[in-house]
Design a protein around this ligand. Sequence first.
Ligand SMILES: [Zn+2]
Ligand SMILES: [Zn+2]
Length: 360
Amino acid sequence: MVIERKNMTIALCINCGKMKFGALLPCQECGCGSTGNSELDIAFTDHFLSEETLQGFGKVIQCLRKNTKDESVAFGAFIKHVSENYPAIILSETPRQYRTAVSALLEHTNLPEVMIVDSPRIGAGIDTSPEEKYTSRVRHYPIQCEFCGHVQSFAIWSQINGSFDAWINEMIVSGRLFMNKCRRCRYQQVVPYHTLYMNIEKPFAVWLRMPESRNEFKICVPSYDYFSELRTDFIFRAVSSPSELAEKIKIFLDGYDDILIEFIKTCLCFQRGIDLVQPLYYVKTTRKIFSGKSMTFMLLDPSGEYEIRYPFTSQKSKLAHIMKMIQPILCKLTTDWHTIDRDFVMQMLQNLGIITRLDI
Ligand SMILES: [Zn+2]
Ligand SMILES: [Zn+2]
């Protein structure tokens, strides 16, 4: 039988590891069709990955199948391996009943390294429609371990839509999105790159530009009208580290103004004798019936991490008064990529002549 390959989707059969045509069609080799999860079926096709990369993952599946007779355990182990090492492709939890068997299988199976080459189809239709324009964009690059020299694929996200792909927020907050963990020696290193993060519901956009980024991992300054098709009230922020990006996401998703948060951080520094440039991040808000909202901040010090609590509800009226005073300055902040930090707050307070008393 001659199979006409033109325009057909080439897919990986996640059951047997052989190539097949059509993500949802039965495998010509083992007869297995869709996994029941169409997102997973489509992730392992030439829409996202090159044919040689699909074949590389096929070898991983065959290796797992050789070491167990249980198809479900082999499948679970494959998904866990991909989720842990290539989370940009698929990120999924192992069902509870297979966890022990899956971990045991992965522990005693030496899996081949897959160097990811993205599909040439990616990016072909970029910017042609609003849906394409605002979707998350990822590409894989080889990264060398600084400790042992091992080279493996790492996902670089040039654009992140935190409203569509909410799971990425968690990856940013945990620091995982920027961390390369060597599969040979387990050494972890931060891979610096630029990214444009957007959240359409809030709405805010954060441009992360890590200073050490390689030229190919940099993005151009996004213009403010980039979002004008979506809505006109975007807040634009610029940050220079993954921790700052994570903090902005937490602040805005918790419904705060980041200038207010930076103002509170400045006050905490004055009250507790903390240097204004020492890393201090907003972590979370907790609510109690009688005392109301309390904020938790994390102070990073060479000797360790320290939590600082701030009683938000009891200071709310004083904070509202300060925010009212700075409102005229805030109105001018709408259209630029502003760096809102304690330095910004200090300059703002000096301009307003209210630097003398920071006792709230
Ligand atoms: Zn098959
Ligand atoms: Zn290494």
